[in-house]
Write a protein that binds this ligand. Structure first.
Ligand code: NAP
Length: 246
């Protein structure tokens, strides 16, 4: 019977879903390694909940390598959460910088971090990789081509992991949230608080804690049980672009 403290790595841990996940996993007994670009925020969280704050920019291979080098194995849980959307322009007017950044963080970043932590994941006798996708990984909407294409790609990465790792003691779960009120829309609309608020106007969105609780539940299941995909939406949202507003 193993008695060591289990280890979890959370990317994009400085706000929203990532920060809530740090709290939930720390309270569930994990030692959490927190990664993101805003180190002061990570340090605050690490102080509050325990854990280790490390700088991480998933768009930079060097940064990912330095991050992974500071994390001892085994790693039992990797939550690939860093990412988000930039802009909402029509496809024929797409902004190359936005799209490149979104692919860098949501898609390549996820692959980079997983590759870098592969040795530590293999040292665990029962590891779980959780990829944060989105309902944007199965549907799309006007103005959403860049972001939805990225999250469709995340779906492909999750399924490929499951195929390539079949027979190893590693579970792969993709969690696909609908609208969650975090800094997501503020980032998407370049700090425009009014535009960000409109996204959740007149409806009740999910909270970051709702997704963190789902992550905690997935991890609590017996190790032979793999939840492939969880789609979690607010009651007020029927499709990615179909929301009731009162
Ligand atoms: P958020 O509050 O904006 O958090 C995004 C996190 O990602 C931040 O901690 C940010 O940290 C980090 N991040 C962004 N780029 C990064 C980079 N290059 N390197 C390292 N970290 C980076 O938004 P959120 O809603 O919690 O988003 C978390 C995940 O959920 C994203 O993958 C998002 O696509 C997905 N999601 C969100 C929703 C929603 O409605 N909110 C719905 C479905 C899926 P730093 O800026 O400090 O680096």
């Amino acid at each position: 019977m193993e008695t060591r403290q289990k280890t979890a790595v959370v990317t994009g841990a400085s706000s929203g879903i990532g920060a809530a996940t740090v709290q939930h996993l720390s309270e569930a007994g994990y030692h959490v390694f927190l990664g993101a670009r805003r180190l002061e925020r990570l340090e605050e969280l690490a102080q509050r909940y325990g854990g280790t704050a490390l700088p991480l920019d998933v768009t930079q291979s060097d940064s990912v390598a330095a991050f992974a080098a500071q994390i001892p194995g085994p790693v039992d849980v990797l939550v690939n959460n860093a990412g988000g959307a930039l802009g909402k322009e029509a496809l024929v007017e797409f902004d190359e910088e936005h799209w490149l950044q979104m692919y860098q963080s949501n898609v390549l970043g996820l692959a980079r971090v997983t590759r870098a932590l592969w040795p530590q994941l293999q040292q665990s006798s029962a590891a779980t990789v959780i990829n944060i996708g989105s309902v944007a990984g199965e549907e799309t909407y006007p103005g959403g081509a860049g972001y939805t294409a990225c999250k469709h790609a995340v779906r492909a990465l999750s399924e490929t992991m499951r195929l390539e790792w079949l027979g190893r003691p590693i579970r792969v779960t993709e969690i696909d949230p609908g609208l969650v009120e975090t800094e997501f829309s503020l980032v998407r609309f370049a700090g425009d608080a009014k535009a960000a608020k409109t996204v959740y106007a007149g409806m009740t969105p999910l909270r970051a804690e709702d997704i963190a609780e789902a992550i905690r539940w997935v991890l609590s299941l017996p190790e032979h049980v793999n939840i492939d995909r969880l789609v979690i939406k607010p009651r007020d949202q029927a499709r990615v672009d179909k929301v009731v507003r009162r």
